[in-house]
Design a protein around this ligand. Structure first.
Ligand SMILES: Nc1ncnc2c1ncn2[C@@H]1O[C@H](COP(=O)(O)OP(=O)(O)OP(=O)(O)O)[C@@H](O)[C@H]1O
Ligand SMILES: [Mg+2]
Length: 336
């Protein structure tokens, strides 16, 4: 039998961004700094997860009670707030692999095959006893809300049905990550046990995130580095801080002079963060400009689709009227 498309892709591709990746988790909760409310919600989720794993996997009750046991979470929050690391940390805490599914890519790669691929990733997760993580899961929800196209609407309904079926028979942990306040299908929403809200870090958290992004002993830091000042000055996410640190390290390393004398200074970190935040503003601006200039944004696309459908409907009506007239003429000719 031919391999399902997902498996072909999974086993065939080397490099590039993969739609599905099986990871041995390395990052732990020590690598994550979270605002207190997010931390509390996550601790509760972790307690549920560890007792679930103990009862249903290690104590074997999952084999006695095979349905309706999946623990499904929604990690919701802005980009760079630590959703992916926390999914990895949960898998690490359980001593399991993390099966990372980039949902948007899985969906765009094989139009029409998404429900089959979703079923396939559940099978992989079962085989590997992995924690299943659907990243970019907004697409599951939003496609349904904006789609006027019958084909993709049907497919997204099918995906939700497959997800519900699979959740019914999967007895592991499934995490969905979303950036928006996702507009999930109500039946699917009910199946998600807990929503963990990932908030942007405050000053305290940002200061600690700056620290955890550097190696405690190996990274050379100049005496002028002041994390508190950086945390107060820039309201970025953890992801922004990470990118700023990498930029700063690159700038410090490329300065002239012997390596032994090189160190990261406050000005490198300042410039790194300014660059990162400026790049984000440019991105946001170009998205807004694109809309203002009438480039095809989602709404315009829907309009275009609508007028396309209108034209096609008019054409079909015209053709049917013409066919009717020809038939009437033929009938008249026969009768006469
Ligand atoms: N709360 C945090 N504590 C420490 N580091 C963080 C935190 N949040 C983000 N980071 C850093 O930023 C990087 C990106 O974070 P992560 O991928 O977990 O964000 P995300 O919420 O999944 O973002 P996206 O929605 O874009 O996928 C991490 O690898 C880590 O280095
Ligand atoms: Mg992520």
């Amino acid at each position: 039998m031919a391999k399902p498309p997902l498996l072909r892709f999974f086993s065939g591709l080397i490099g590039g961004t993969r739609a599905v990746e099986s990871i041995v988790p390395r990052r732990t909760f020590d690598d994550v700094v979270l605002p207190p409310s997010t931390r509390r919600a996550l601790d509760q989720a972790l307690t549920q997860v560890t007792s679930h794993d103990l009862i249903f996997t290690r104590w074997g009750l999952g084999e006695r009670h095979p349905t309706g046991l999946a623990l499904a979470f929604n990690f919701a929050g802005p980009s760079g707030t630590g959703k992916t690391i926390c999914a990895e940390a949960i898998a690490h805490a359980l001593g399991r692999r993390l099966l990372l599914v980039r949902y948007a890519e899985l969906e765009s790669m094989w139009m029409g095959d998404t429900p089959k691929n979703v079923a396939e990733v559940f099978r992989l997760a079962r085989d590997e006893q992995a924690v299943l993580f659907f990243d970019e899961a907004d697409a599951i929800a939003t496609r349904r809300a904006v789609s006027f196209d019958q084909g993709s609407q049907r497919e997204s309904n099918l995906v939700v049905n497959v997800l519900l079926q699979e959740l019914e028979t999967f007895n592991g942990v499934v995490i969905f990550a979303t950036n928006l306040a996702a507009n999930f299908d109500p039946a699917f929403e009910r199946r998600l046990r807990t929503h963990v809200l990932f908030e942007m870090p405050g000053v305290e958290e940002r200061e600690r995130i700056w620290r955890v992004q550097l190696h405690p002993t190996k990274t050379p830091l100049a005496d002028d580095v002041d994390f508190r000042a950086l945390a107060k000055r820039y309201e970025g996410s953890g992801g922004d801080i990470r990118n700023a640190v990498l930029k700063a390290a690159l700038a410090a390393a490329s300065e002239p002079g012997p390596d032994a004398l090189k160190a990261i200074h406050q000005r490198h970190l300042d410039e790194g963060m300014r660059d990162v935040l400026a790049a984000r503003r440019v991105m946001r601006q170009s998205i807004l400009d694109g809309r203002a200039l009438g480039a095809t944004g989602p709404l315009e696309a829907v309009d275009a689709l609508g007028s396309g459908l209108g034209r096609r409907a008019a054409l079909a009506l015209g053709l049917s009227v013409a066919a009717l007239l020809v038939a009437l003429a033929a009938l008249a000719a026969t009768v006469l």
